[in-house]
Design a protein around this ligand. Structure first.
Ligand code: NAP
Length: 285
């Protein structure tokens, strides 16, 4: 292996320690404790795990957190009523609706009802519009985690050829926009992209956000590329979760690479906490 590891676990730990200091300062100087409300509709097992991880991470950093668990058959009006109450509650600084919500609900409409100043997950229509305008306060946590990881490792983005594979609202599209905002030349790929390997071979910075285990092969990676694997896939009999990139083969050609697990995942939670603290700081002002 020639690539160096972009250690998201270590970086997230560092960020969480910095946040704990900020939280303590907000409490002692302003009497404000940052508070995040997470809404979980239904009992999707992965979502249950993610929301519990978020609650635990908040507690460790000294951030108050509420996990509001709603039944899977909740109506659109019931979910929006809860959001409306949280929007109006001055003690709540951040609101996050765990994705995905059950299919009978209109997720975009639910996300749009989160007040933009509390949209710490950055995925409401208004937040995404602001990202396009270059005026977003909060960029969706996984893309923000990716850019922060690159920044903290002093990896330049400006002028680089970036290829993002995947165009979901929570990950691919905002990741591409965040890299564009930082002056990368960005190509977005998806399931209808023709000759994907050749497009990926152009990437100085590759972001994989597909959801297919080890889909991107080692010989698609440009020598010296920075490979950021946001994928998280459970593979029966493998013994551990894998990303969207064939890690072993890609690490022979890349200069930097994120492991899975321990790369992008921990950064996502760190960004959620960071955005909540930022929202509380803005409220304090
Ligand atoms: P998603 O909504 O399913 O989107 C997947 C994207 O991949 C789509 O844009 C799809 O293209 C594209 N795609 C599918 N097959 C392809 C192919 N053969 N060639 C090129 N593109 C293809 O998934 P997501 O929510 O963005 O998540 C992607 C991955 O990231 C998953 O493994 C997920 O678990 C992981 N994830 C990780 C974190 C974290 O914190 N680390 C957070 C969120 C998600 P079309 O648009 O054409 O269908």
């Amino acid at each position: 292996m020639t690539a160096k590891i972009l250690d998201g676990s270590a970086m997230a730990k560092e960020i969480r320690a910095e946040l704990a200091e900020k939280v303590a300062k907000l409490k002692s100087e302003r009497g404000i404790t940052p508070r995040l409300s997470v809404i979980l509709v239904g009992e999707d097992p992965a979502s249950v795990t993610y929301t519990r991880m978020k609650k635990k991470a908040c507690e460790v950093a000294g951030i108050l957190s509420d996990l509001i668990e709603l039944p899977a058959d909740s109506t659109q009006a019931q979910v929006k009523e809860i959001i409306s109450k949280l929007n109006a509650d001055p003690s709540v600084h951040g609101i996050m609706v765990q994705h995905p919500v059950p299919s009978h609900l209109d997720e975009l409409d639910i996300l749009a009802s989160v007040a933009v100043e509390k949209d710490v997950d950055g995925i409401s229509a208004l937040s995404l519009g602001r990202l396009v305008l270059g005026t977003a306060d909060y960029i969706s946590c996984t893309p923000q985690g990716i850019v922060t990881l690159l920044d903290r490792y002093n990896i330049p983005i400006k002028g680089k050829e970036a290829v993002v594979v995947g165009r979901s609202i929570i990950l691919g599209k905002p990741a591409a926009l965040a890299l564009l905002e930082r002056h990368a030349t960005v190509t977005i790929c998806h399931s209808r992209t023709v000759n994907l390997p050749d497009v990926v071979r152009r990437a100085d910075i590759l972001v994989a956000a597909i959801g297919k285990p080890e889909f991107i092969k080692g010989d698609w990676i440009k020598e010296g590329a920075v490979v950021v694997d946001a994928g998280y896939n459970r593979v029966e009999g493998k013994g551990h979760d894998v990303g969207d990139v064939d890690f072993e083969a890609a690490a022979e050609r890349a200069s930097w690479i994120t492991p899975v697990p321990g790369g992008v995942g921990p950064m996502t939670i760190a960004m959620l906490l960071s955005h909540t603290v930022k929202a509380a700081e803005k409220y304090a002002k």
